[in-house]
Design a protein around this ligand. Structure first.
Ligand code: NAD
Ligand code: TYD
Length: 360
């Protein structure tokens, strides 16, 4: 039975990954989920798995080496899947320090504790142990409007405090691989969307606002491009890289699904209008008139686009959920989880929203 230590498993991608893994492997694996439960972490995301005997939740901080090393001492961890991070660009522009703390220092602690637990007296590592560092395409910087793509060989050129801190964490993983032959991989993925995504990010924010007839804030000219991937396809890629990827390699993950932000907003409005029944009073509220162009994000990267050739050719991974279907699945999930949305948008979210969008 393989034992996984998942960090940040109560967040958006981490919780989807845990659901995916139990669906795929059932009782063949054990998962230990270490999460500090910041504003972005929510145990509601894991209700369906919390009763499983092969699942353990530990509330703790990845920056705290006593906590992390005690987990390695207590459990014979085979796989680390490291999601825990501060993940929102706008927050990083307002408050960069916590990004350096969690993303850089936290990753250093994770690497060091795993190294100590897995290293043999001769400096090699126990057979079969693997560390996967989950990272982002934003480390590569910004592309021109058309034509270019991010490859694994593209030089790092991060611009926001978020992407700079993720680049720093990637460099530490690379340093451990180069210096110690530490058994790791890095995945750099494009923008994810799907169930459990916190409504500070574009897609869930637009769905939530549109259903309430609130303004839909579009930064700048709305023509910045992101490459959107359904979150379950990302979960699958992570599992495939750990099972089939060559150690010490980086794999870019993305689905060639580039869209301008304004296109995304329009698609969400049209899909909501299609999916809401006539009898639902929210149908009258959803309208393109809600679209509001607001001040641009500082240092706003123009375009991200992943070339997923390596993961496809070496590992056979391809995205399964096309955007048209993925956005419907996502909207359906939000229809069925109104309580989830209400609970995550109460309290601190209101304060964040008022400050961020000057709605006071
Ligand atoms: P998220 O913000 O939804 O979740 C982050 C989780 O980490 C939360 O549960 C939070 O409580 C936890 N956490 C934060 N600080 C912690 C700490 N010090 N100790 C322990 N836990 C802590 O983020 P996400 O969108 O699920 O992203 C997960 C990972 O994937 C991140 O590393 C992110 O950089 C990367 N990534 C995200 C995207 C995307 O589109 N969301 C795309 C590519 C890569
Ligand atoms: P976001 O979901 O924050 O992801 P990232 O910045 O990591 O790519 O933003 C996606 C795009 O949408 C980005 O170009 C910024 C833009 N955006 C808006 O136009 N309005 C918003 O309210 C938000 C949150 C994002």
């Amino acid at each position: 039975m393989r034992t996984y230590l998942v960090t940040g498993g109560a967040g958006f991608i981490g919780s989807n990954y845990i659901h995916y893994m139990f669906k795929k492997y059932g009782d063949e694996i054990r998962i230990i989920n270490l999460d500090a439960l910041t504003y972005a972490g929510n145990l509601e995301n894991l209700k369906e798995v919390e009763g499983r005997e092969n699942y353990t939740f530990i509330r703790g901080d990845i920056c705290d080496k006593d906590t992390v090393s005690s987990i390695f001492a207590q459990y014979d961890i085979d796989r680390v899947v490291h999601f825990a991070a501060e993940s929102h660009v706008d927050r990083s522009i307002r408050n960069p320090e916590v990004f350096v703390q969690t993303n850089v220092l936290g990753t250093a602690v994770m690497l060091n504790c795993a190294k100590q637990a897995w290293e043999l007296p001769d400096g090699s590592f126990q057979e079969g142990k693997r560390f996967l560092h989950v990272s982002t395409d934003e480390v590569y910087g910004s592309l021109e409007e058309e034509g270019e793509y991010f490859y694994e060989t593209t030089p790092y050129d991060p611009h926001s405090p978020y992407s700079a801190s993720k680049a720093g964490s990637d460099m530490l993983v690379k340093a451990y691989m180069d210096t110690y032959k530490f058994p790791a991989n890095i995945t750099n993925c494009s923008n994810n969307y799907g169930p459990y995504q916190f409504p500070e990010k574009l897609i869930p924010l637009i769905i939530n606002n549109a259903l309430q007839g609130k303004k839909l804030p579009v930064y700048g000219d709305g023509k910045n491009v992101r490459d959107w991937l359904y979150v379950e396809d990302h979960a699958k890629a992570i599992d495939m890289v750990q099972e089939k990827g060559r150690l010490f390699e980086t794999y870019n993950v993305g689905g060639h699904n580039e869209k301008q932000n304004i296109e995304i907003v329009n698609i969400i409005i049209e899909t909501l209008q299609e999916m809401l029944p006539e009898s639902d009073p929210r149908k009258q509220l959803v309208s393109k008139e809600l679209i509001t162009y607001v001040e641009d994000r500082k240092g706003h990267d123009r375009r991200y686009a992943i070339a997923p050739d390596k993961i496809r050719e070496e590992i056979g991974w391809e995205p399964e959920t096309m955007f048209k279907e993925g956005i419907r699945l996502t909207i359906q999930w939000f229809f069925e989880h109104e309580d989830w949305m209400r609970s995550v948008t109460s309290g601190d979210y209101q304060k964040y929203y008022e400050e961020m969008y000057n709605t006071k």
